[in-house]
Design a protein around this ligand. Structure first.
Ligand SMILES: NC(=O)c1ccc[n+]([C@@H]2O[C@H](COP(=O)([O-])OP(=O)(O)OC[C@H]3O[C@@H](n4cnc5c(N)ncnc54)[C@H](OP(=O)(O)O)[C@@H]3O)[C@@H](O)[C@H]2O)c1
Length: 388
């Protein structure tokens, strides 16, 4: 394998360690190489924290070693003062001779400016590596960031678990469990990698969920354990137009410990204040369902507001009505369907996407298959959602 490919692959692997922690910042990994040996590496670990290039430089025992080295970085280094000083200056000051960049930053305030600053300082800059696997990995790494930057909206993944005959509960409402332990662990891992998890009030009333991350350290993939990654609870978002959530629900009882947002169309100030006193935030955004129903939450407004609050990725976990509304409002980018090897049958048994549905086949929401994975006897299918 060519060395550029080898080092960029390592930088990409490092970048992914920041998943779920960088909020509206992109995940970035960096590797510093001298005489064909890796002398430093790092990744953007936390929103507001040092960027990958700085962490890689800081990992070198003596900064003098960086002189005449090559930096491999997954995204164009920034050239502006943000929460941290510009990375280009640190690269120039360290005496790095060559910078290999995976992808130009699509963000207006960076795009091209980082490359220009480096080349103006006499550093050799290479943008992009001609390799299919690298391109594919970079697309995966930056798909949510590109959605964030181009639409100022979060990247949204919808998840559901269903039986092989497409049911999410029996006709009596019994639903525990449709999939096995391994698949459920994957769901918890996915939760920990998202900034927010969102459900409708129907799910809260039916299941009284916690929507937190319940994993043992050993459940993390080995490379994440090695990097010292810790589990993180996403912000919990409950869509509850009429403020039907009970003060003794698991969500409100734990709202002081886990970030919680109740999105509502209600103007019941008294109940809003008591919810706030329990530790939850409240977002009022009416006008849902075709934008003309002031009794329902407007999901488009809600998702925009979540992005304004630095929530860059949302994991929608149902139920069927919220799933349908999210699809109909054009908000979903990715679908994770977990399928358990069970059949419930029953015309009255619920399915993962309900609401009114579409009238004709031509009106359907189309999916494009990405990957399939098995967890013991369960199957996980990942799709892209294609809006017409
Ligand atoms: N197997 C799985 O993967 C899975 C996952 C989650 C849930 N579930 C099951 O799904 C069932 C609950 O599903 P559900 O459909 O009744 O509840 P839901 O989708 O969780 O919540 C629906 C409620 O959300 C509120 N809402 C507010 N704004 C809305 C909007 N713009 N569009 C749609 N709804 C809006 C409405 O109540 P208000 O008008 O009162 O606000 C609506 O009744 C439970 O049985 C649960 O166990 C299964």
């Amino acid at each position: 394998m060519n060395n550029d490919i080898k080092h960029m692959k390592r930088a990409i692997k490092l970048a992914f360690l920041g998943r779920g922690r960088t909020k509206t910042n992109p995940m970035v990994g960096a590797v510093i190489v001298k005489d064909e040996k890796i002398i430093g590496e790092g990744y953007h670990e936390n929103y507001g924290g040092p960027h990958a290039e700085i962490n890689a430089l800081n990992s070198i025992t003596s900064i003098d070693e960086a002189k005449d080295s090559t930096l491999y970085v997954t995204l164009e280094p920034c050239n502006h003062e943000g929460k941290t000083p510009p990375c280009t200056e640190a690269i120039i000051n360290a005496g790095i001779r060559k910078v290999v960049i995976g992808m130009l930053d699509p963000h207006d305030i960076v795009s091209g400016a980082g490359v220009k600053r480096l080349t103006d300082a006499g550093i050799e800059v290479v943008v992009g590596i001609d390799n299919e696997e690298i391109s594919h990995s970079l697309t995966n790494l930056y798909e949510s960031y590109i959605v964030n930057i181009t639409s100022s909206m979060p990247f949204v993944t919808m998840k559901f678990a269903m039986t092989t005959d497409g049911k999410i509960a029996t006709y009596t409402g019994d639903s525990k469990w449709i999939t096995g332990n391994e698949a459920r662990k994957d769901v918890h891992l996915q939760r920990s990698m998202h900034d927010a998890v969102l459900v409708g009030i129907g799910t809260v009333i039916a299941d009284d969920p916690m929507l937190n991350v319940r994993l043992e350290r050993s459940d993390y993939p080995p490379h994440m354990i090695a990097a010292g990654s810790k589990f993180k609870n996403p912000t919990r978002v409950i869509v509850d137009s009429q403020l039907s959530i009970r003060v003794d629900s698991n969500i409100l009882k734990t709202a002081k410990d886990i970030d919680t947002i109740i999105a509502t169309a209600s103007d019941d100030e008294e109940y809003i204040e008591s919810i706030k006193a329990m530790g939850a935030n409240v977002i009022v955004c009416a006008g849902g369902i075709n934008h003309n129903n002031n009794d329902k939450v407007n999901l488009q407004k809600l998702f925009k507001e979540l992005y304004n609050r630095n929530i860059a990725t949302v994991y929608v976990e149902g139920g069927g009505n919220i799933n349908f509304s999210s699809l109909r409002d054009g908000l979903v980018h990715r679908l994770h369907a977990y399928i358990g090897p069970k059949i419930f049958g029953g015309a009255a048994a619920p399915s993962p996407v309900e609401g009114p549905g579409v009238q004709e086949v031509k009106d359907c929401y189309e999916l494009k298959l990405r990957t399939m994975q098995t967890f013991a006897d369960d199957v996980k299918i990942e799709y892209d959602v294609r809006y017409k």
